[in-house]
Ligand binder design. Structure first.
Ligand code: ZN
Length: 466
């Protein structure tokens, strides 16, 4: 096994670890001569280290029980998307609830082999949480450089696992540069997924498992941030084919948020290389990347597999997140919910056949990013229903409890607006037939109508949907 440049093919020794070719600047990956390995047999329980014979060699084996995650048959979701066969590779079941535990197991083992006591990792969440946990288990010191925009649940994990956390930059791109500089200066083990080729090796085992659990799906759908994950899964299937184990290959589908889609744009706009996104934005923070360091690898996976790349909006991502939870009982993080949003789009646009089988990679748990979910649902509610409606909604809710009159409503609403404004709302609600007025105790009382009740019910439904 050696390190090989994916662009010019130059070969390098296994150590020191490197990610960039010093001849052409291309990305470097592990290259195992699989033809010599053709009698390979996987043995032992279905866990990450079952595939040790296909991983770069390590002496120490650190494990928290990663890998061997379920391939969940998503029948209800498949029906709602309009697809015959859909599976979710549920990586939320890993020790720290994300697929990065596979990379952490291999990288930490390698760091121990190389006699490192301190590791450094730039991460906007999952990788930092994983490295922090595995370092804790091994008694190593883990430094994590996080950007300002980081999911709160993941930060909480890093804190609990006692990592040394430093905030640097707005987004992951900035933090990676910082981690690169620190490692150079200190000689600490570089555990940033984008800067260590072992991460791809570890993550390719996801495809080995999918193959053992199902076979080769027609489509393998993965969200793209830095681009390394989709390449890892592609590499896994390619190796199985080279080994003569798998007879075919899946078509890779890469998904990005509309607000930072530099990899997707290379394919849809026929660019020659990945260009940096100016002002990147998405609330799916795990895939918020301006300049994907492994973009070329993702493009390679998409092109070689004759695959597809597309974007989805944040609203579509969060709607998908709730749908996966509601229909399948799996609470996925926003970044991985994008795969379902994408699948839906592809079926609607007729770009994939209804009889195709698809596997979506669920990278991590929604519990890691609940803050984002809350923020988004709140924001959408006001944007969709409007502040005007929210006062009317409050009036309807009050009248749904009991009949009352204008002055009382004004008090109930906290006297935050003029009484004239309340009467104006009451008059508009009456015109729409949602409430009716009547005389009682020499006051004008209002009561909600059946139609008003239906509107309230519809508002509640809408809120659940958002
Ligand atoms: Zn090269």
């Amino acid at each position: 096994m050696s390190l090989r440049c994916v662009q010019c093919g130059s070969k390098f020794p296994l150590y020191p670890l490197k990610i960039k070719c010093n001849k052409c600047g291309g990305t470097v990956e592990y290259d195992s001569d699989l033809s010599r390995n053709s009698k390979i047999k996987f043995s032992g329980q279905m866990r990450f280290w079952r595939y040790r014979s296909l991983l770069p060699p390590v002496k120490h084996v650190l494990s928290l029980g990663e890998g061997g995650t379920p391939l969940h048959k998503a029948e209800r979701l498949a029906k709602s998307v309009g697809l015959k066969e859909l599976y979710l590779k549920d990586e939320t079941r890993n020790p720290t609830n994300s697929y990065r535990d596979r990379a952490a197991a291999l990288l930490t083992s390698n760091a121990i082999d190389l006699h490192h006591n301190t590791l450094i990792c730039a991460s906007n969440g999952n990788m930092g949480a994983s490295m922090a946990a595995y370092s804790a288990k091994a008694g190593l010191t883990c430094h994590v450089i996080v950007p300002k925009l980081v999911d709160v649940g993941k930060l909480a994990q890093m804190l609990a696992y006692d990592a040394v956390i430093e905030e640097f930059g707005e987004i992951l791109d900035d933090s990676i540069r910082k981690a690169e500089a620190i490692a150079k200066e200190t000689g600490w083990y570089q555990a940033t997924a984008e800067l260590n080729p072992l991460a791809v090796e570890a993550q390719k085992t996801i495809s080995y498992e999918i193959y053992e659990q199902f076979g080769v799906p027609n489509l393998l759908i993965v969200s793209m941030g830095s681009g390394g994950t989709i390449y890892s899964l592609w590499k896994g299937f390619k190796e199985l084919k080279q080994l003569g184990i798998a007879k075919s290959l899946p078509k890779m589908v890469g998904v990005q948020p509309e607000g930072c889609a530099s990899i997707t744009k290379v394919l849809t706009e026929h660019l020659t290389k990945v260009e940096k996104t100016r002002n990147p934005s998405t609330r799916a923070l795990a895939i918020l990347v301006a300049e994907p360091l492994q973009g070329e690898l993702a493009i390679k996976a998409l092109r070689e597999s004759n695959g597809l790349a597309l974007t989805v909006s944040d609203a579509e991502i969060f709607a998908a997140e709730l749908q996966i939870a509601k229909l399948e009982g799996i609470f996925a993080e926003p970044a991985s919910s994008a795969t379902i949003a994408a699948l839906k789009k592809l079926v609607e646009e007729g770009k994939i056949g209804k009889n195709d089988s698809a596997v979506c990679l669920i990278t991590g748990s929604g519990l890691k990013a609940t803050d984002v979910l809350q923020a988004l649902t709140k924001k959408q509610k006001t944007a969709v229903l409007g502040l005007e409606l929210s006062t009317k909604e409050k009036i309807l809710r009050a009248l749904n409890e009991k009949d009352t009159y204008g002055y009382d409503l004004w008090k109930m609403l906290g006297k935050t607006m003029t009484r004239a404004a309340i009467y104006q709302h009451l008059s508009e609600l009456s015109e729409k037939g949602l409430i009716v007025g009547y005389e009682k105790e020499r006051k004008k009382f209002f009561k909600i109508t059946q139609r008003g009740k239906k509107v309230l019910y519809a508002i509640d439904e809408l809120k659940l949907l958002l």
